[in-house]
Design a protein around this ligand. Structure first.
Ligand code: NAD
Length: 314
């Protein structure tokens, strides 16, 4: 069986860590692309040698040439600026749209069959931009945020309840920003409602910490934003696609009427498998959670409209 090729655009913190995990998990051969001369090439060489040390038969290549992504099954877009302390993700809008828009055009030309996983922030609007610029069906343009945000919440709940994170089930939907929507009504610990172990006020504090999880790390690192958990989250999605796991994971996709929303990219549970998004899963929400999801969608739409004023062609 031939191995799929996973292309990673942007060989920075998230991109290189994603490439490393992809080879450790033997998900496919890896192509790293970055605009900085030597960066992707150098990291790829290092990764190739890591693969040899690990004894995994994975090919890794690094380049500045986008033609190298031809034939890639999955393209992960991590190119762009990351937050510095005090910045919101939306502060990256103009700069990252100027980077991601042309990348989407290249993907459409060079890897027209690829499934694209978008990572660059502001995530929901960048996903919408890639969808528009590539012209790909929504099944093949998927934003990564929900797995990460939910993972952060699971980590905090597990720590609070002194259980393994594997025993915690929790999902964060909505946008990747202030408007993320923890589905508190369905959080469970060991299959039982979380409120049996953690009081509602504490649970709300943990949700708030997850909501600010990225900023907490940026404030500590100062020079970069998080990358281990983001890369692990990308890899969970790549794994579901490459191994056709049909896993239900929260991810950013364009809605076409689900949850009462249309023509907006927002985080919802989706089933991921070899075609990309197999289906959007309509999870029961309380009225408050549904209202919060709609508010998040309005905010994404308003940031999108802001982008249109900056880039009339977007
Ligand atoms: P980084 O600065 O370490 O890496 C970004 C890389 O992109 C750099 O190496 C840069 O040279 C490269 N780049 C810029 N323009 C390019 C182009 N046109 N083609 C190819 N490469 C290009 O940043 P990072 O920490 O890896 O973060 C990358 C992005 O991911 C940021 O926008 C960050 O906010 C975002 N992010 C999103 C999530 C999420 O949950 N969705 C999580 C973490 C980070």
């Amino acid at each position: 069986m031939t191995r799929p090729t996973i292309a990673v655009i942007g060989a920075g913190q998230v991109g290189a860590t994603t490439a490393h995990l992809a080879l450790l998990k033997q998900l496919g051969d890896v192509v790293l692309v970055d605009v900085i001369d030597g960066l992707a090439e150098g990291k790829a060489l290092d990764l190739l040698q890591a693969a040899a040390v690990e004894g995994v038969p994975i090919r890794v290549r690094g380049t500045t040439d986008y033609d190298a992504i031809a034939g890639a099954a999955i393209v992960v877009v991590t190119a762009g600026l990351a937050r510095k302390p005090g910045m919101t993700r939306d502060d990256l809008l103009a700069a990252n749209a100027g980077i991601v828009g042309p990348i989407a055009d290249r993907i459409a030309r060079v890897a027209p069959q690829a499934i694209v996983i978008v990572v660059t922030n502001p995530l929901d609007v960048m996903t919408q931009l890639v969808l528009k610029q590539t012209g790909f069906p929504r099944e093949r343009v998927i934003g990564m945020a929900g797995v990460l945000d939910s993972g952060r919440l699971k980590a905090f709940i597990a720590e609070q309840a002194n259980v393994s994170p594997a025993d915690v089930s929790a999902m964060i939907l909505g946008s990747h920003g202030d408007q993320m929507v923890p589905v508190v009504s369905s959080i469970t610990i060991g299959g039982k409602p979380a409120t049996q172990r953690i009081d509602a006020a504490t649970l709300e504090k943990l949700c708030e910490r997850a909501r600010n999880g990225g900023a907490e790390i940026v404030a500590l690192l100062k020079q970069s934003s998080a990358y281990y958990a983001p890369a692990a989250s990308v890899i969970q999605m790549v794994d579901a696609i490459v191994r056709n796991r049909r896993a239900v994971l929260p991810a950013c996709v364009r809605l076409e009427g689900e949850y009462g929303l249309r023509d907006v990219c927002i985080g919802v549970p989706v089933e991921l498998g070899s075609p990309g998004v197999v289906r959007v899963v309509e999870q029961p929400l309380t009225d408050a959670e549904r209202t919060a999801l709609h508010r998040a969608a309005q905010q994404v739409q308003s940031t999108w409209n802001q982008l249109l004023t900056l880039q009339p062609k977007a």
